[in-house]
Design a protein around this ligand. Sequence first.
Ligand SMILES: [Zn+2]
Ligand SMILES: [Zn+2]
Length: 618
Amino acid sequence: MEIYLARRPMDAWRIADEHKRKHSKPVKITILQVRDEKLAEELESALKARAIEKRCPNCNNQLWLISEDCFFCPRCRLYYIPSQDAIYYRLGDVIKQRTPAGPVDEVIEGFDDLLRKNCGFRGLNPVQERALREIIRKIEDGHTRGIIALPTGTGKTVLAACLLRWILARSEELRGACILFLAPRLVILKQVATIMDMAGICATGFHKVFRDLPITLCPLTEDVYPYEKGEELLSLLKFNRPHSLCVIAITPQLLWAIHKDSKKWRRLLRNMSRVKVIIMDDVHHTYNGEASQDVVREVIDNVEYVIGLSATPTNEAVANVGGLLTCRPIEEAMRLGVLVKGIKFCVYDTEVEKRGIRKPFDEWKVCIRRRARQYAEKIIKTIDEIRKSTDRDRVPKTAVACPNIKEANILYEILREKLGEENVHIAHYKSQEIGERDPAEIISRFRKRKGGVLISVSMIDIGFDDRDLEVLVLARPIRNPISYVQLVGRVLRTPSEETRAWNVKSRLGYCVVVDLTSSLYRLVGENNLQGFFELSESIMKGLEKAKKFEDDLRGDKRKDREIPEVDANVRVTHIKTQLVRPKPILCPNCRRYVYPEYRDVEKVCPECGFVFSPRPRY
Ligand SMILES: [Zn+2]
Ligand SMILES: [Zn+2]
């Protein structure tokens, strides 16, 4: 493999032409457009590090790299898998013969093995396993459209990759087919495909599942295609790649943009029949507005398999895409040890009483200095309690959702003074105005830290996703149940391996949710914190209407000067603190109710050592 760097697209084409003329035999030329200089350097060194020359076992010709463990000889037209020294002559054969098939038990076992080999995982986790079993059964019964409901942090992207592989392997004809992966947030799109993946290096967990298959990834993201993404999508859909199958990763927003041009839209629809599978991530998100709903329907109409993914599928999503292929509730994932084992809810009530004569106001659409001060006190109290019970001085990783940026800025100042500047950070879309960095950078720095408080308004909108988060503080009312479950989902993931030593979630076995406005009481009724599980399950089953959950999740988007500051008395009173855990299960051996533990690969009763499942794993 030879690598050239060009400054302008024109130069790239010229180099490509010269290179082609130099060689008498067919050559594979990939032109990647990289906007960022640093990224270009990274890509170059990554490619050089892996550009070990592979020779065709048949003719000794240099092979083309398709994926990390899959090469192609243009002369013999054969596929070569170096790790197993295997040769195939047809695209369909590589995929079919290398993918687990047959009875569901064998499929599960096959994917366990595949994930170990390709991704270095321990296999499917128990939530993924249960989900995959159920989905396979449904698809075999003829349900080729539907939604996979899995809690945040249980590995739905990798599950989707396994499922996609299984679907492709059972398809009759694969020549000329392609796959569309839609994700409304760029953060997610980057977890599926980056420019590295486009060059044949398996960088994402999603791509690694396909490491040994002739599958190429084409992410149409900002850093890969800053311009003309629509045209690029149309040509990817139109032109056939003879030697590989293409997964095109785009945002649904790109579809809305193409839809505005009726000529382009017709071109798109003409080629949609080539799309074998559509995966729609975050299917509860932007797909279901009145206008976008029709666009989605037109697109998915001619596609054989349509799979939606979500942690909170809505009623509308179910109506547009299809029923549930599987639904694994949060409670189950917690019991199985795939999520944190417990949630400590600390519920407070906030009362606001205006001072002086004023016309009535919505207390959550204004900034109240006394409220910020009171909230700071409660946050510090929570932090101190955790410090005491873990016997450590560290500030636990805490995220705070504020009512608006003005109050967020005040809370930021107070907490900095009390906890030290190095321990308090702020990220909202205007945080640059108060001399802070770009929110994305603050978030990525926060992720690398061992502790500290991150203050924001919207949290999810700005792409906050940190599995080591220990405490979530809701400093504004969350009225929509979907938003509530989405937000709490941020803190339920099990901590990463490297942080186990200090993370509260592994040391105490639970995360902490401080609900300062008694939102949970309003959603599930008073004194019923265990009701969180029922609420989240009914949402995961797609029973709740979305209504305006997106606004609720995002919070107040107004600028600082548009938010009035109001003088008011604020009383924040503690109502209840309770550790909520999934219901324990009955051990058939010692007849006690226990929370099973996962020791290496076995699910074990902690009381008597009884091994639960007949085919233990994970
Ligand atoms: Zn050959
Ligand atoms: Zn037992």
